[in-house]
Design a protein around this ligand. Structure first.
Ligand code: HEC
Ligand code: HEC
Length: 460
């Protein structure tokens, strides 16, 4: 009996110790449960994505064609009015029958890579350094002066121009290549009633001091993920988030509903995408070695690949990941965006969505990782080698945006280290939200092991 009591108390002490140390270590990776998605038709989704009217206001076609050069590439092989438009714009009929040109998702979700258009590759060449308010004002003045039958052109452009004027002055970065879509979403909801989605010229929410830049995740990763976005806060029906671009010009919930009906198909298209294969030779012996190291050091967060691939769907808390925290801390210091969303039209009906914030980031799948530089949620790291060795990450680095040049052997952008901040082609990791620290999991590898892991990553 005494023995049992002693054993029991030892067990209890151990148990207490385990729970206390557990609590002391605190943060643990958190599993993201799956949520139900609508099913759809990928081919229809692609057609809607590249020719559909999810934005119903834009620049009148005749004016657009006059001020922008004709694009003869026709990368998407579109016909009719879209044939001579660049892939990232679509011509659509406004409700009053006028033909207008609106930007489409491929502004941010496609990129030219060695002369080919890769749909689904996050556009890491976008330029948010310009203030687009001036062109909006010029177009407005021009259109407002039209009379007679042509006055309809202004009517068709009005909601697009109004939104652009409201958001453009606040959507400016000092560095090319990063994306302000999160800031755009914030600004747009600040002008809209959450239930009716009606536009208000006043800001209805207080705005954060900083608009936080991000990279753009590749679309082919979504199929594996149980939550959307870098901090994994997008839960519930993904189609509802996909259609959120419609907030730029939507007039009311009747329109939102009609657009929403297509986004099951858009999701099916996004889920059908495969990453581009690494086009050069891979040293397969080295890749096999790299796989062994990957399975021991990286798999628990990034999963396995090939046949029987498994993806663990984990959120990694701040204490473990240690990367720049501004993107997720903004959800706590400025909860207005999340509050707006979680009481909005987007959470209603039989396929609702919701936002669930977390202090950390999702560990992304690494399919096609060779082509998606720069790395980290803020695009602060130019190459895979630097991603896996924090000591060589450049503080200031420059790449060319006029002649983008990619390094296949050592995947990432060819870049030049700088000793100080410079023009808009220089990434400055000292700016707020642009930090390149954290994710130290590759640091302890030897140079040879790191090279082997990179060789393996080329196969994903
Ligand atoms: C102005 C640029 C921009 C436009 C236009 C845009 N997106 Fe995005 N998109 C982003 C950025 C940036 C993110 C990442 C934001 C984050 O995670 O914080 C993103 C995230 C996503 C994701 C999440 C991927 C993941 O793995 O979590 C999907 C899917 C997506 N967008 C689809 C679309 C669709 C469909 C459209 C058009 C209807 C669209 N986007 C329009 C910039 C844009
Ligand atoms: C404890 C979990 C964890 C481990 C272990 C881990 N990672 Fe990560 N990894 C993450 C998270 C979370 C991110 C996103 C960080 C961010 O963007 O702030 C990430 C990002 C990355 C990225 C950049 C992805 C992108 O698209 O920008 C690469 C590449 C990567 N990891 C490779 C590895 C390799 C290789 C290993 C093993 C040596 C490894 N990781 C180990 C959690 C982990």
């Amino acid at each position: 009996m005494k023995k049992i009591i002693i054993l029991l108390s030892i067990a209890l002490v151990c148990f207490a110790f385990v729970t206390i140390t557990d609590r002391y270590i605190g943060a643990k990776p958190e599993f993201i449960p799956a949520s139900k998605q609508r099913t759809g038709d990928a081919a229809k989704g692609f057609a809607y994505l590249t020719t559909g009217d999810y934005l119903k206001s834009g620049i009148p076609y005749s004016l657009f064609m006059r001020v922008t050069p004709k694009d003869t590439n026709n990368f998407l092989q579109r016909t009719g009015v879209n044939k001579n438009l660049s892939y990232d714009f679509t011509a659509v009929k406004a409700p009053n029958g006028e033909l207008v040109v609106a930007p489409n998702c491929l502004q941010c979700h496609a990129q030219l890579f060695d002369g080919k258009l890769v749909v689904g590759l996050g556009n890491s060449l976008s330029d948010f350094t310009m203030n687009r308010e001036t062109p909006a004002l010029i177009a407005e003045t021009f259109l407002k002066n039209l009379t007679g039958e042509n006055a309809k052109k202004y009517e068709a452009a009005k909601s697009f121009i109004t939104a652009l004027k409201a958001v453009a002055p606040k959507l400016i970065t000092s560095t090319k290549g990063v994306n302000l879509a999160d800031g755009l979403a914030y600004l747009l909801v600040s002008h809209r009633d959450p239930q009716t989605l009606k536009w208000s010229d006043q800001n209805l929410l207080s705005l954060p001091d900083d608009i936080i830049p991000t990279d753009v995740p590749a679309w082919w990763l979504l199929r594996k993920k149980n939550a959307m976005f870098y901090n994994g806060f997008g839960r519930g029906d993904f189609g509802r988030f996909l259609m959120a671009s419609n907030l730029l010009t939507v007039s009311d919930t009747i329109e939102a509903k009609s657009v929403d009906r297509y986004f099951n198909d858009v999701l099916a298209y996004i889920n059908s995408l495969q990453p581009p294969k690494y086009p050069k030779r891979i040293d397969s012996a080295k890749a096999v070695e790299g796989k062994t190291i990957f399975m021991a050091t990286c798999k628990k967060c990034h999963g396995t690949y090939g046949e029987d691939a498994e993806y663990p769907n984990l959120l990694i808390p701040a204490e473990i990941i240690k990367t720049d925290s501004l993107l997720y801390t903004a959800n706590y210091s400025n909860p207005q965006f999340i509050d707006w969303f979680n009481k909005s039209w987007f959470t209603t009906g039989d396929h609702p969505a919701k936002l669930v914030p977390f202090r950390g980031y999702i560990a992304p799948p690494l399919d096609g990782i060779w082509v998606t530089a720069p790395y980290m949620h803020n695009g602060s790291v130019p190459s895979l080698e630097a991603m896996l060795n924090s000591k060589i990450r450049p503080v200031y680095w420059r790449r060319s945006f006029s002649k983008p040049s990619y390094n296949y052997d050592n995947p990432g952008w060819n870049y030049e280290m700088k000793i100080e901040p410079g023009n808009s082609e220089v990434y400055n990791t000292k700016l707020k939200g642009y930090g390149n620290y954290g994710h130290y999991f590759g640091d302890q590898l030897s140079d040879a092991d790191r090279k082997a892991v990179i060789e393996y990553l080329k196969t994903l």
